[in-house]
Design a protein around this ligand. Structure first.
Ligand code: DAH
Length: 361
């Protein structure tokens, strides 16, 4: 009998020690200690024994049960620890490896798009909305409605790209400035108007600082009382916000545009020490935009009464101010689609400019 018990014990302990996983261990437990298990069967025999016999056999069988139970628990712990170890090894991450960027973070926003977003954020904060027009424009909208008389030399100044004449004999053109969007806006909505119009513009011109396609942003404010003083304030606030300086000096030089009267070209103060441009300091001047009070003829061409409404407008080259702000020496690479250039000068897709978040982060 005792040898029976010890061989059963040896057998069970060997099986427990050899159980490969927790499932195997569980079926062993059931086979030994479950309701119909081998050890449970032995325990049941205690009831039919004489007291003497039970006194002798009881401790032996109970002892066997305790040791098998202990062995099961030990093995379960060992297996659980081994399973955890294996999982940790499989899921190990080498935190010293460089982060692999996903496509959504690897792409870059072109500096022009970024600068348009910056400008839009600034004017959006002042209550302006964005208006757009087509790149292919009529002669009427690009010139005539803007008070360029037929045959006026100012039309030649623009080095216009004309398209072949259409069936009606009229030639469309690639807009030479964003100013036709002023006309489109005034014809489409009633004052008060506050819009900015960013977009592509085209002129027959190409060198280090000119490309045949470039970008402008137009601004237009029309209501019953908008004045030059308002215009100066708007432009000054814009320059401070855009160049991220506390104060900036601006110089308004009298100039000529057919669509504004009076007209001015605006320079901002800068310093160019050591080849680096800084704004809000120094005694150099840099021209950044043209502006003026909208000409009464333009208002009339748009069906507005110059005695009832008035306003101001301005136009600015985006590429140039992007080059200035981000220190890019040459304009041409803007349009060469060179991925290395874009990697270097481009912006991360989630660097979305806002006045609260900081324009350039
Ligand atoms: N359209 C002008 C240009 O391309 C820029 C400009 C000047 C726009 C004065 C305006 C303005 O709206 O008022 O050179």
């Amino acid at each position: 009998m005792t040898t029976d018990l010890s061989s059963l014990e040896a057998d069970l302990l060997a099986q427990v020690a050899g159980a490969a996983d927790e499932a195997a261990l569980e079926s062993l437990r059931v086979a030994a200690l479950g309701k119909k298990g081998a050890v449970s069967d032995l325990l049941k025999t205690l009831g039919g024994m004489s007291p003497e016999e039970r006194k002798e056999r009881g401790p032996l069988i109970n002892g066997l049960r305790d040791r098998v139970q202990g062995a099961l628990l030990d093995r379960r712990e060992t297996l659980a620890a081994a399973a955890l170890e294996a999982r940790l090894a499989a899921e190990r991450i080498d935190v010293t490896l460089p982060v692999r960027e996903g496509p959504e973070t690897r792409g870059r926003i072109h500096p022009i798009s970024q600068v348009i977003d910056e400008i839009t954020a600034i004017f959006g904060d002042m209550g302006f909305s964005v208006a757009e027009g087509p790149d292919i424009e009529t002669d009427e909208l690009n010139f005539t409605a803007l008070n360029f008389p037929e045959g006026h030399p100012a039309r030649e100044m623009h080095d216009t790209f004309f398209l072949p004449p259409g069936r009606d004999g009229r030639r469309k053109l690639l807009r030479t400035h964003t100013s036709p969007v002023q006309v489109r806006t005034m014809r489409a909505q009633r004052p008060p108007i506050r819009v900015i119009c960013p977009g592509r513009t085209y002129r027959h011109d190409s060198d280090q600082t000119h490309t045949p396609m470039f970008h402008q942003i137009e601004g237009l404010v029309i209501d019953s009382s908008a004045t030059i003083a308002h215009m100066k304030w708007v432009l000054e606030e814009f320059c401070k916000a855009f160049f991220e300086v506390d104060s900036v000096k601006m110089r308004f030089r009298p100039s000529f545009f057919p669509f504004t009267e009076p007209s001015a070209e605006v320079d901002i103060q800068c310093s160019r020490k050591g080849g680096e441009i800084r704004f809000g300091e120094g005694d150099d001047w840099l021209e950044i935009l043209g502006c003026g009070m909208v000409h009464p003829n333009v208002l009339r061409h748009c069906g507005l009464d110059p005695d009832a409404v008035q306003g101001f407008a301005w136009g600015m080259g985006i590429d140039r101010i992007a080059m200035l702000k981000y220190g890019m020496p040459d304009l041409r690479p803007f349009f060469e689609a060179d991925a290395r250039w874009l990697d270097h000068y481009g912006f991360r897709p989630l660097d979305i400019p806002s006045l609260v978040g900081g324009l350039t982060g």
